[in-house]
Design a protein around this ligand. Structure first.
Ligand code: FAD
Length: 452
Protein backbone atom coordinates (compact mmCIF):
# COMPACT_ATOMS: atom_id res chain seq x y z
CA UNK A 1 0.00 0.00 0.00
CA UNK A 2 1.68 3.11 -1.20
CA UNK A 3 -0.74 5.74 0.01
CA UNK A 4 0.82 8.45 2.10
CA UNK A 5 -0.88 9.50 5.23
CA UNK A 6 -0.72 13.24 5.64
CA UNK A 7 0.39 12.37 9.15
CA UNK A 8 3.56 10.54 8.38
CA UNK A 9 3.01 11.58 4.77
CA UNK A 10 5.29 9.06 3.44
CA UNK A 11 5.67 5.43 2.81
CA UNK A 12 9.35 4.83 2.29
CA UNK A 13 8.83 2.52 -0.62
CA UNK A 14 6.73 4.98 -2.54
CA UNK A 15 7.42 8.54 -1.69
CA UNK A 16 10.99 9.09 -0.78
CA UNK A 17 12.67 12.23 -2.01
CA UNK A 18 14.11 10.26 -4.89
CA UNK A 19 10.77 8.77 -5.90
CA UNK A 20 9.22 12.20 -6.16
CA UNK A 21 12.25 13.51 -8.00
CA UNK A 22 11.96 10.65 -10.48
CA UNK A 23 8.31 11.42 -11.00
CA UNK A 24 9.13 15.06 -11.49
CA UNK A 25 11.79 14.33 -14.10
CA UNK A 26 9.25 12.27 -15.98
CA UNK A 27 6.29 14.67 -15.80
CA UNK A 28 8.02 18.06 -15.86
CA UNK A 29 8.41 18.30 -19.67
CA UNK A 30 4.67 17.78 -20.06
CA UNK A 31 3.87 20.30 -17.31
CA UNK A 32 6.13 22.90 -18.93
CA UNK A 33 4.69 22.23 -22.34
CA UNK A 34 1.16 22.73 -21.02
CA UNK A 35 1.79 25.89 -19.05
CA UNK A 36 4.14 27.60 -21.49
CA UNK A 37 2.81 26.54 -24.86
CA UNK A 38 -0.97 26.80 -24.59
CA UNK A 39 -3.02 29.99 -24.45
CA UNK A 40 -5.53 28.43 -22.12
CA UNK A 41 -2.96 27.80 -19.40
CA UNK A 42 -0.60 30.70 -19.92
CA UNK A 43 -3.07 33.52 -19.33
CA UNK A 44 -4.52 34.05 -15.89
CA UNK A 45 -7.40 36.33 -15.20
CA UNK A 46 -7.30 38.20 -11.93
CA UNK A 47 -8.04 41.42 -10.23
CA UNK A 48 -4.55 42.52 -9.42
CA UNK A 49 -4.93 46.20 -8.68
CA UNK A 50 -8.40 47.01 -7.46
CA UNK A 51 -8.64 45.12 -4.22
CA UNK A 52 -7.50 46.86 -1.06
CA UNK A 53 -5.51 44.97 1.53
CA UNK A 54 -8.21 43.93 4.02
CA UNK A 55 -5.84 43.55 6.96
CA UNK A 56 -3.95 46.78 7.30
CA UNK A 57 -3.71 50.12 5.65
CA UNK A 58 -1.19 49.65 2.90
CA UNK A 59 -1.45 53.24 1.79
CA UNK A 60 0.50 54.27 4.82
CA UNK A 61 3.58 52.62 3.61
CA UNK A 62 3.90 49.42 5.56
CA UNK A 63 3.64 47.16 2.61
CA UNK A 64 2.19 49.02 -0.32
CA UNK A 65 4.92 51.47 -1.06
CA UNK A 66 8.15 51.13 -2.93
CA UNK A 67 10.31 51.76 0.10
CA UNK A 68 9.38 48.47 1.68
CA UNK A 69 10.44 46.69 -1.45
CA UNK A 70 13.93 47.97 -1.86
CA UNK A 71 15.92 47.34 1.24
CA UNK A 72 17.86 44.36 -0.05
CA UNK A 73 20.78 46.51 -1.00
CA UNK A 74 22.18 49.51 0.74
CA UNK A 75 21.39 52.22 -1.69
CA UNK A 76 19.29 51.66 -4.76
CA UNK A 77 20.22 55.08 -6.07
CA UNK A 78 23.56 53.60 -7.05
CA UNK A 79 22.24 50.97 -9.40
CA UNK A 80 20.67 51.30 -12.83
CA UNK A 81 16.97 51.93 -12.67
CA UNK A 82 16.02 48.75 -14.53
CA UNK A 83 17.66 46.61 -11.85
CA UNK A 84 15.77 48.19 -9.00
CA UNK A 85 13.13 46.29 -7.10
CA UNK A 86 10.44 48.73 -8.13
CA UNK A 87 11.16 47.93 -11.78
CA UNK A 88 11.66 44.20 -11.31
CA UNK A 89 8.29 43.93 -9.61
CA UNK A 90 6.39 45.43 -12.53
CA UNK A 91 4.30 43.37 -14.88
CA UNK A 92 5.45 42.80 -18.42
CA UNK A 93 4.05 41.52 -21.66
CA UNK A 94 0.62 41.79 -23.16
CA UNK A 95 -2.41 41.85 -20.95
CA UNK A 96 -5.96 41.82 -22.18
CA UNK A 97 -8.98 43.50 -20.73
CA UNK A 98 -11.82 41.45 -19.42
CA UNK A 99 -14.60 41.22 -21.99
CA UNK A 100 -17.46 43.59 -21.48
CA UNK A 101 -20.16 42.80 -18.97
CA UNK A 102 -22.76 42.73 -21.72
CA UNK A 103 -21.18 39.56 -23.05
CA UNK A 104 -21.42 37.99 -19.64
CA UNK A 105 -25.16 38.43 -19.53
CA UNK A 106 -25.50 36.25 -22.60
CA UNK A 107 -24.13 33.34 -20.70
CA UNK A 108 -25.92 30.05 -21.19
CA UNK A 109 -27.27 28.43 -18.06
CA UNK A 110 -24.88 25.88 -16.69
CA UNK A 111 -26.04 22.99 -14.58
CA UNK A 112 -24.69 23.17 -11.06
CA UNK A 113 -23.64 19.58 -10.98
CA UNK A 114 -20.91 17.98 -12.97
CA UNK A 115 -17.29 18.59 -12.20
CA UNK A 116 -16.50 21.28 -14.66
CA UNK A 117 -20.02 21.94 -15.70
CA UNK A 118 -21.47 21.00 -18.99
CA UNK A 119 -21.38 23.48 -21.86
CA UNK A 120 -18.06 24.62 -20.50
CA UNK A 121 -17.05 25.79 -23.90
CA UNK A 122 -17.57 29.44 -23.03
CA UNK A 123 -15.14 29.30 -20.18
CA UNK A 124 -12.11 29.74 -22.37
CA UNK A 125 -12.68 33.36 -23.02
CA UNK A 126 -15.16 34.85 -20.62
CA UNK A 127 -15.13 34.27 -16.88
CA UNK A 128 -18.48 34.83 -15.25
CA UNK A 129 -19.22 36.48 -11.99
CA UNK A 130 -20.34 33.36 -10.26
CA UNK A 131 -21.09 33.39 -6.62
CA UNK A 132 -18.59 31.89 -4.30
CA UNK A 133 -19.16 28.17 -3.75
CA UNK A 134 -19.18 27.33 -0.06
CA UNK A 135 -16.72 24.56 -0.83
CA UNK A 136 -14.09 26.98 -2.12
CA UNK A 137 -10.77 27.13 -0.26
CA UNK A 138 -9.91 30.38 -1.88
CA UNK A 139 -11.66 33.66 -2.48
CA UNK A 140 -12.43 33.33 -6.17
CA UNK A 141 -10.79 35.91 -8.33
CA UNK A 142 -14.12 36.88 -9.81
CA UNK A 143 -15.83 37.27 -6.48
CA UNK A 144 -16.36 40.99 -6.34
CA UNK A 145 -19.28 42.29 -8.27
CA UNK A 146 -18.02 45.28 -10.18
CA UNK A 147 -14.30 45.58 -10.89
CA UNK A 148 -13.25 42.65 -12.96
CA UNK A 149 -9.78 41.51 -13.66
CA UNK A 150 -7.52 41.46 -16.65
CA UNK A 151 -5.76 38.58 -18.31
CA UNK A 152 -2.08 38.53 -17.47
CA UNK A 153 0.51 36.48 -19.28
CA UNK A 154 2.20 34.12 -16.83
CA UNK A 155 4.86 33.31 -19.40
CA UNK A 156 5.92 36.94 -19.72
CA UNK A 157 5.99 37.43 -15.98
CA UNK A 158 8.03 34.55 -14.57
CA UNK A 159 8.24 34.15 -10.83
CA UNK A 160 11.77 35.20 -9.95
CA UNK A 161 13.79 37.62 -7.88
CA UNK A 162 12.15 41.03 -7.58
CA UNK A 163 13.88 42.56 -4.59
CA UNK A 164 10.62 42.72 -2.65
CA UNK A 165 11.77 42.31 0.94
CA UNK A 166 11.99 44.04 4.28
CA UNK A 167 9.14 45.05 6.54
CA UNK A 168 6.47 44.83 3.83
CA UNK A 169 7.28 41.22 2.92
CA UNK A 170 7.73 40.25 6.57
CA UNK A 171 4.31 41.60 7.51
CA UNK A 172 2.68 39.52 4.81
CA UNK A 173 4.44 36.29 5.75
CA UNK A 174 3.70 36.89 9.43
CA UNK A 175 0.02 37.41 8.67
CA UNK A 176 -0.03 34.23 6.58
CA UNK A 177 1.57 32.12 9.30
CA UNK A 178 -0.73 33.65 11.88
CA UNK A 179 -3.61 31.97 10.07
CA UNK A 180 -2.09 28.71 11.23
CA UNK A 181 -3.09 29.50 14.77
CA UNK A 182 -6.11 27.25 15.00
CA UNK A 183 -7.93 27.21 18.26
CA UNK A 184 -9.64 24.24 19.77
CA UNK A 185 -13.37 23.66 19.23
CA UNK A 186 -14.58 27.10 18.21
CA UNK A 187 -13.57 29.04 15.17
CA UNK A 188 -12.63 32.63 15.94
CA UNK A 189 -12.75 33.68 12.36
CA UNK A 190 -13.35 37.36 12.94
CA UNK A 191 -10.45 37.50 15.37
CA UNK A 192 -8.24 35.91 12.84
CA UNK A 193 -9.30 38.37 10.17
CA UNK A 194 -7.83 41.17 12.23
CA UNK A 195 -5.00 38.87 12.88
CA UNK A 196 -2.74 41.27 14.71
CA UNK A 197 -2.97 40.37 18.35
CA UNK A 198 0.28 39.49 19.99
CA UNK A 199 -1.28 36.48 21.67
CA UNK A 200 -2.11 34.98 18.31
CA UNK A 201 1.22 35.95 16.92
CA UNK A 202 3.15 34.33 19.69
CA UNK A 203 1.06 31.15 19.61
CA UNK A 204 1.77 30.77 15.91
CA UNK A 205 5.40 31.46 16.52
CA UNK A 206 5.60 28.90 19.34
CA UNK A 207 3.99 26.31 17.19
CA UNK A 208 6.33 27.03 14.34
CA UNK A 209 9.36 26.95 16.58
CA UNK A 210 8.50 23.59 18.11
CA UNK A 211 7.81 22.10 14.75
CA UNK A 212 10.90 23.50 13.16
CA UNK A 213 13.15 22.40 15.97
CA UNK A 214 11.91 18.83 15.86
CA UNK A 215 12.03 18.59 12.13
CA UNK A 216 15.38 20.24 11.83
CA UNK A 217 16.96 17.77 14.21
CA UNK A 218 15.61 14.83 12.29
CA UNK A 219 16.15 16.10 8.81
CA UNK A 220 19.43 17.89 9.19
CA UNK A 221 21.46 15.00 7.88
CA UNK A 222 18.87 13.00 5.96
CA UNK A 223 18.17 15.01 2.87
CA UNK A 224 21.69 16.08 2.30
CA UNK A 225 23.30 12.69 2.77
CA UNK A 226 20.73 10.34 1.41
CA UNK A 227 18.09 11.58 -0.98
CA UNK A 228 16.33 8.23 -0.83
CA UNK A 229 15.25 8.80 2.74
CA UNK A 230 11.66 9.64 3.24
CA UNK A 231 11.10 13.34 3.04
CA UNK A 232 8.50 13.72 5.64
CA UNK A 233 8.70 11.13 8.36
CA UNK A 234 9.44 13.94 10.64
CA UNK A 235 8.24 12.84 14.01
CA UNK A 236 5.14 14.93 13.57
CA UNK A 237 3.19 12.07 15.10
CA UNK A 238 4.52 13.01 18.50
CA UNK A 239 3.37 16.53 18.25
CA UNK A 240 0.52 17.73 20.31
CA UNK A 241 -1.08 19.46 17.37
CA UNK A 242 -3.63 17.61 15.30
CA UNK A 243 -3.00 16.39 11.81
CA UNK A 244 -5.09 19.01 10.01
CA UNK A 245 -3.23 21.90 11.60
CA UNK A 246 0.09 20.41 10.69
CA UNK A 247 -1.01 19.92 7.12
CA UNK A 248 -2.09 23.55 6.95
CA UNK A 249 1.32 24.66 8.17
CA UNK A 250 3.11 22.40 5.71
CA UNK A 251 1.15 23.74 2.75
CA UNK A 252 2.05 27.32 3.66
CA UNK A 253 5.66 26.57 4.43
CA UNK A 254 5.98 24.50 1.24
CA UNK A 255 4.62 27.39 -0.81
CA UNK A 256 7.04 29.75 0.91
CA UNK A 257 9.92 27.33 0.17
CA UNK A 258 8.87 27.15 -3.46
CA UNK A 259 8.86 30.95 -3.80
CA UNK A 260 12.28 31.11 -2.12
CA UNK A 261 13.73 28.50 -4.45
CA UNK A 262 12.57 30.45 -7.50
CA UNK A 263 13.91 33.75 -6.38
CA UNK A 264 17.24 32.15 -5.44
CA UNK A 265 17.46 30.25 -8.74
CA UNK A 266 16.45 33.17 -10.94
CA UNK A 267 18.31 35.81 -8.99
CA UNK A 268 19.44 39.22 -10.18
CA UNK A 269 22.75 40.41 -8.93
CA UNK A 270 21.73 44.04 -8.58
CA UNK A 271 25.26 45.31 -8.80
CA UNK A 272 26.30 43.48 -11.98
CA UNK A 273 22.89 43.10 -13.60
CA UNK A 274 23.41 39.37 -14.17
CA UNK A 275 20.61 36.86 -13.71
CA UNK A 276 22.04 33.72 -12.15
CA UNK A 277 21.46 31.12 -9.43
CA UNK A 278 22.47 32.42 -6.01
CA UNK A 279 23.88 29.57 -3.93
CA UNK A 280 24.17 31.64 -0.77
CA UNK A 281 20.49 32.57 -1.02
CA UNK A 282 19.60 28.86 -1.31
CA UNK A 283 21.90 27.80 1.51
CA UNK A 284 20.55 30.37 3.94
CA UNK A 285 16.86 29.97 3.14
CA UNK A 286 16.53 26.29 2.30
CA UNK A 287 19.57 24.05 2.65
CA UNK A 288 20.02 24.84 6.31
CA UNK A 289 16.27 24.38 6.88
CA UNK A 290 15.59 20.87 5.59
CA UNK A 291 12.08 20.91 7.02
CA UNK A 292 11.23 23.64 4.51
CA UNK A 293 12.45 21.44 1.66
CA UNK A 294 10.45 18.59 3.13
CA UNK A 295 7.35 20.79 3.00
CA UNK A 296 8.03 21.62 -0.63
CA UNK A 297 8.08 17.89 -1.44
CA UNK A 298 4.96 17.46 0.66
CA UNK A 299 3.17 19.99 -1.53
CA UNK A 300 4.42 18.29 -4.67
CA UNK A 301 2.99 14.97 -3.45
CA UNK A 302 -0.29 16.61 -2.46
CA UNK A 303 -0.82 18.49 -5.72
CA UNK A 304 0.21 15.42 -7.73
CA UNK A 305 -2.54 13.52 -5.97
CA UNK A 306 -5.10 16.27 -6.69
CA UNK A 307 -4.16 16.26 -10.38
CA UNK A 308 -4.34 12.48 -10.54
CA UNK A 309 -7.79 12.58 -8.93
CA UNK A 310 -8.94 15.22 -11.40
CA UNK A 311 -7.54 13.36 -14.42
CA UNK A 312 -10.55 11.22 -15.31
CA UNK A 313 -12.85 14.26 -15.15
CA UNK A 314 -10.77 16.17 -17.65
CA UNK A 315 -11.22 13.55 -20.35
CA UNK A 316 -14.45 15.22 -21.41
CA UNK A 317 -13.54 18.82 -20.77
CA UNK A 318 -13.71 21.18 -23.74
CA UNK A 319 -10.83 23.64 -23.86
CA UNK A 320 -12.56 25.79 -26.39
CA UNK A 321 -10.36 28.29 -28.03
CA UNK A 322 -12.53 28.71 -31.05
CA UNK A 323 -10.18 26.46 -32.95
CA UNK A 324 -10.88 22.71 -32.75
CA UNK A 325 -7.30 21.82 -33.57
CA UNK A 326 -5.98 23.94 -30.73
CA UNK A 327 -8.60 22.51 -28.37
CA UNK A 328 -7.49 19.00 -29.13
CA UNK A 329 -3.87 19.96 -28.69
CA UNK A 330 -4.54 21.58 -25.32
CA UNK A 331 -6.48 18.58 -24.14
CA UNK A 332 -3.72 16.19 -25.23
CA UNK A 333 -1.23 18.27 -23.23
CA UNK A 334 -3.44 18.26 -20.14
CA UNK A 335 -3.89 14.52 -20.34
CA UNK A 336 -0.15 14.01 -20.71
CA UNK A 337 0.21 15.69 -17.30
CA UNK A 338 -2.69 13.90 -15.62
CA UNK A 339 -1.56 10.54 -17.02
CA UNK A 340 1.88 11.18 -15.57
CA UNK A 341 0.41 12.04 -12.17
CA UNK A 342 -1.75 8.93 -12.32
CA UNK A 343 1.18 6.71 -13.28
CA UNK A 344 2.44 6.46 -9.71
CA UNK A 345 0.72 4.73 -6.80
CA UNK A 346 -1.44 7.05 -4.74
CA UNK A 347 1.15 9.06 -2.90
CA UNK A 348 -1.07 11.10 -0.61
CA UNK A 349 -4.02 9.77 1.31
CA UNK A 350 -6.40 12.62 1.89
CA UNK A 351 -9.09 10.32 3.27
CA UNK A 352 -7.34 10.37 6.64
CA UNK A 353 -7.99 14.03 7.17
CA UNK A 354 -11.01 15.54 8.88
CA UNK A 355 -12.01 12.17 10.26
CA UNK A 356 -11.25 11.65 13.92
CA UNK A 357 -11.31 13.72 17.06
CA UNK A 358 -11.81 17.36 16.29
CA UNK A 359 -11.10 16.64 12.62
CA UNK A 360 -14.58 17.08 11.13
CA UNK A 361 -15.17 20.38 12.91
CA UNK A 362 -11.83 21.61 11.67
CA UNK A 363 -12.73 21.39 8.04
CA UNK A 364 -14.59 24.66 7.94
CA UNK A 365 -11.90 26.26 10.03
CA UNK A 366 -9.24 24.98 7.64
CA UNK A 367 -11.16 26.25 4.63
CA UNK A 368 -11.80 29.68 6.12
CA UNK A 369 -8.19 30.08 7.11
CA UNK A 370 -7.05 29.17 3.67
CA UNK A 371 -9.45 31.71 2.21
CA UNK A 372 -7.92 34.27 4.52
CA UNK A 373 -4.47 33.43 3.19
CA UNK A 374 -5.77 34.12 -0.29
CA UNK A 375 -7.12 37.49 0.89
CA UNK A 376 -3.77 38.40 2.41
CA UNK A 377 -2.31 38.31 -1.10
CA UNK A 378 -3.91 41.71 -1.72
CA UNK A 379 -1.43 43.08 0.83
CA UNK A 380 1.63 42.04 -1.19
CA UNK A 381 3.30 45.27 -2.27
CA UNK A 382 4.94 44.05 -5.48
CA UNK A 383 2.87 43.37 -8.57
CA UNK A 384 4.67 40.28 -9.82
CA UNK A 385 4.88 38.78 -6.34
CA UNK A 386 1.18 39.46 -5.84
CA UNK A 387 0.39 37.86 -9.19
CA UNK A 388 2.24 34.64 -8.30
CA UNK A 389 1.04 34.71 -4.72
CA UNK A 390 -2.52 34.82 -6.01
CA UNK A 391 -1.95 32.14 -8.64
CA UNK A 392 -0.42 29.80 -6.09
CA UNK A 393 -2.94 30.29 -3.29
CA UNK A 394 -5.70 29.75 -5.87
CA UNK A 395 -3.83 26.66 -7.09
CA UNK A 396 -3.50 25.16 -3.61
CA UNK A 397 -7.11 26.15 -2.94
CA UNK A 398 -8.19 24.22 -6.03
CA UNK A 399 -6.06 21.23 -5.01
CA UNK A 400 -7.59 21.21 -1.52
CA UNK A 401 -11.06 21.46 -3.04
CA UNK A 402 -10.37 18.48 -5.28
CA UNK A 403 -8.90 16.49 -2.40
CA UNK A 404 -11.48 17.24 0.25
CA UNK A 405 -14.68 18.17 -1.54
CA UNK A 406 -14.79 15.70 -4.40
CA UNK A 407 -16.46 12.48 -3.62
CA UNK A 408 -15.95 10.41 -6.72
CA UNK A 409 -18.59 7.94 -5.60
CA UNK A 410 -21.37 10.47 -5.45
CA UNK A 411 -22.71 12.91 -7.99
CA UNK A 412 -21.98 15.81 -5.64
CA UNK A 413 -18.98 17.29 -7.31
CA UNK A 414 -18.27 21.00 -7.17
CA UNK A 415 -17.47 22.85 -10.34
CA UNK A 416 -14.00 24.12 -11.06
CA UNK A 417 -13.75 27.48 -12.76
CA UNK A 418 -11.29 28.08 -15.55
CA UNK A 419 -9.19 30.25 -13.23
CA UNK A 420 -8.98 27.39 -10.74
CA UNK A 421 -7.82 24.94 -13.40
CA UNK A 422 -5.22 27.36 -14.72
CA UNK A 423 -4.01 28.12 -11.19
CA UNK A 424 -3.83 24.44 -10.27
CA UNK A 425 -1.69 23.43 -13.24
CA UNK A 426 0.54 26.49 -12.95
CA UNK A 427 1.06 25.81 -9.25
CA UNK A 428 2.07 22.28 -10.18
CA UNK A 429 4.51 23.75 -12.69
CA UNK A 430 5.96 26.04 -9.98
CA UNK A 431 6.46 23.10 -7.62
CA UNK A 432 7.99 21.10 -10.39
CA UNK A 433 10.58 23.73 -11.20
CA UNK A 434 11.29 24.32 -7.51
CA UNK A 435 12.08 20.63 -7.12
CA UNK A 436 14.44 20.84 -10.03
CA UNK A 437 16.08 24.00 -8.68
CA UNK A 438 16.59 22.38 -5.27
CA UNK A 439 18.15 19.32 -6.93
CA UNK A 440 20.51 21.50 -8.94
CA UNK A 441 21.41 23.57 -5.90
CA UNK A 442 22.10 20.40 -3.92
CA UNK A 443 24.58 19.29 -6.58
CA UNK A 444 26.22 22.72 -6.44
CA UNK A 445 26.61 22.42 -2.67
CA UNK A 446 28.15 18.96 -3.07
CA UNK A 447 30.57 20.22 -5.69
CA UNK A 448 31.57 23.07 -3.47
CA UNK A 449 32.12 20.72 -0.54
CA UNK A 450 34.20 18.34 -2.67
CA UNK A 451 36.35 21.23 -3.83
CA UNK A 452 37.19 22.26 -0.30
P1 FAD B 1 11.35 35.58 4.19
O1 FAD B 1 11.32 34.64 3.03
O2 FAD B 1 10.61 36.87 4.08
O3 FAD B 1 10.82 34.78 5.47
C1 FAD B 1 10.40 35.44 6.67
C2 FAD B 1 10.59 34.48 7.83
O4 FAD B 1 9.76 33.33 7.65
C3 FAD B 1 12.01 33.93 7.91
O5 FAD B 1 12.81 34.75 8.68
C4 FAD B 1 11.81 32.58 8.54
O6 FAD B 1 11.72 32.68 9.95
C5 FAD B 1 10.46 32.14 8.05
N1 FAD B 1 10.53 31.25 6.88
C6 FAD B 1 11.21 31.45 5.72
N2 FAD B 1 10.97 30.46 4.85
C7 FAD B 1 10.13 29.61 5.48
C8 FAD B 1 9.52 28.39 5.11
N3 FAD B 1 9.68 27.86 3.89
N4 FAD B 1 8.75 27.77 6.02
C9 FAD B 1 8.55 28.30 7.24
N5 FAD B 1 9.07 29.45 7.64
C10 FAD B 1 9.86 30.10 6.78
N6 FAD B 1 10.43 37.97 -3.63
C11 FAD B 1 10.95 37.86 -4.86
O7 FAD B 1 12.10 38.20 -5.08
N7 FAD B 1 10.22 37.30 -5.90
C12 FAD B 1 8.94 36.88 -5.71
O8 FAD B 1 8.29 36.43 -6.66
C13 FAD B 1 8.37 37.01 -4.42
N8 FAD B 1 7.10 36.60 -4.18
C14 FAD B 1 6.56 36.80 -2.94
C15 FAD B 1 5.23 36.40 -2.71
C16 FAD B 1 4.67 36.60 -1.47
C17 FAD B 1 3.24 36.16 -1.24
C18 FAD B 1 5.41 37.20 -0.43
C19 FAD B 1 4.80 37.44 0.93
C20 FAD B 1 6.73 37.56 -0.64
C21 FAD B 1 7.32 37.36 -1.89
N9 FAD B 1 8.63 37.72 -2.12
C22 FAD B 1 9.16 37.57 -3.38
C23 FAD B 1 9.51 38.14 -1.03
C24 FAD B 1 10.26 36.93 -0.45
O9 FAD B 1 9.39 35.86 -0.18
C25 FAD B 1 10.96 37.26 0.88
O10 FAD B 1 10.02 37.77 1.78
C26 FAD B 1 12.11 38.25 0.72
O11 FAD B 1 13.02 37.76 -0.22
C27 FAD B 1 12.84 38.47 2.07
O12 FAD B 1 13.35 37.25 2.52
P2 FAD B 1 13.84 36.97 4.00
O13 FAD B 1 15.17 36.31 3.89
O14 FAD B 1 13.75 38.20 4.79
O15 FAD B 1 12.85 35.87 4.60
Amino acid sequence: DCAISPKSIVNDACASYSTLERLNRKVKPAVDDLTKETDFFSYYRLNLFNKACPFWNDENGMCGNIACAVDTIDNEEDIPKIWRASELGKLEGPSAKHPAKKVQKERPQRPLQGLLGENVGESCVVEYDDDCDERDYCVPEDESASAKGDYVSLVHNPERFTGFAGEGAKMVWDAIYRENCFQKSSFPHSASLGGQSSRQGSAAQDFRNVLQKMERQQLQQQHHQNPSTSFAQTGLENEDECLEKRVFYRVISGMHASISSHLCWDFLNQTTGEWQPNLKCYTERLHTHPERISNLYFNYAMVTRAIAKLGPHLQDYTFCTGDPEQDAETKAKVLAVTDGAMSVPQIFDESLMFQNGEGPSLKEDFRNRFRNVSRIMDCVGCDKCRLWGKVQTAGYGAALKVLFEFDNDSGEIPELKRTELVALFNTYARLSSSMQAVSNFRSMVEEEEEGQ
